[in-house]
Write a protein that binds this ligand. Structure first.
Ligand SMILES: C[S@@+](CC[C@H](N)C(=O)[O-])C[C@H]1O[C@@H](n2cnc3c(N)ncnc32)[C@H](O)[C@@H]1O
Length: 261
């Protein structure tokens, strides 16, 4: 256990996600999600439909004022955010202005009035623009830089809930979350996957074979995996950010030595 963030009351009850409620509502709202997602095209590496449903169900247990997104890509997850959180502002940050992806994203998002698309580095823009009541979805930067951003935002004490994508079993990020933050919730939870994998019909062929529903039935590991972290005042997120930085450094040194040998 780490010491608390300075300035936040460590006696404060940790925010918790009600897993049973989430699973029950996944069942109840399945048809609603199906309808909502039916005209949204899938893009390779995009957040899965079931993962976005997971996010929506988790967020509905809190009272956010705004959704932030890091890593817009071709705008598929952004479009799903626009639909799922139609009555809320969504601020989406992408650093790659010049790729054709940005033009694709702008086209597909043109009809949504709740989306604010910004160009910039999420590592800089999100800490600068975030305010109390925000919830964040990180899908770029990926890997350790994404993990560092996650902890930086949670350390700011403005977020009740934060999500990070691509943290499936076998990645060092998953191992890190499971070790240091065992109350993290994952979209590849088998109970949730059983109910919601059917939402991913259009994305099915993009999944690694080890992560298809058929390969993971009854076990954790379905899909690309989205982690949901409720804020916990007992955790020192700055310390976790430093540990993630060290892990990242270790990883690059190991890769460097590997190359020379
Ligand atoms: C996997 S794609 C995003 C896919 C998108 N979220 C979806 O589901 O459709 C990752 C994106 O993150 C962007 N990215 C990487 N680092 C970033 C940073 N520091 N700030 C903003 N965007 C970043 C990349 O340029 C890329 O477009």
């Amino acid at each position: 256990m780490f010491g608390p963030e300075p300035g936040r009351d460590p006696g404060e009850n940790p925010m918790q996600l009600d897993h049973y409620r989430l699973v029950r509502e996944a069942e109840d709202r399945n048809q609603e999600f199906r309808e909502l997602f039916k005209d949204v095209e899938y893009e390779s590496e995009g957040v899965l439909y079931s993962e976005m449903a997971f996010m929506s169900l988790a967020v509905s247990q809190f009272e956010p004022l705004r959704i932030l997104e890091a890593g817009r890509g071709r705008g598929q997850s952004t479009e799903l955010l626009a639909k799922l959180f139609a009555d809320m502002p969504v601020l989406s940050v992408e650093c790659d202005q010049d790729s054709e992806n940005e033009a694709v994203a702008r086209r597909r998002l043109a009809g949504y009035s709740n989306i604010d698309c910004r160009i910039g580095d999420a590592q800089v823009l999100l800490p600068e623009t975030s305010k109390a009541g925000d919830i964040v979805l990180i899908d770029g930067p990926s890997g350790w830089p994404g993990m560092k951003l996650l902890f930086k935002l949670l350390a700011s004490r403005k977020f009740d809930l934060a999500f990070i994508h691509d943290v499936n079993i076998g990645t060092p990020y998953r191992a890190f979350l499971e070790k240091h933050l065992p109350s993290t919730n994952f979209s590849d939870d088998p109970e949730f996957a059983e109910i919601c994998h059917g939402l991913d019909e259009k994305a099915k062929d993009h999944l690694p074979s080890a992560n298809t529903y058929e390969a993971t039935q009854g076990k954790f590991g379905y899909g690309l995996s989205l982690a949901c972290l409720p804020y916990d005042a007992r955790i020192n997120y700055n310390s976790l950010g430093r540990k993630a930085g060290m892990a990242s450094l270790k990883g690059s040194l190991t890769r460097g030595f590997g190359k020379r040998s």
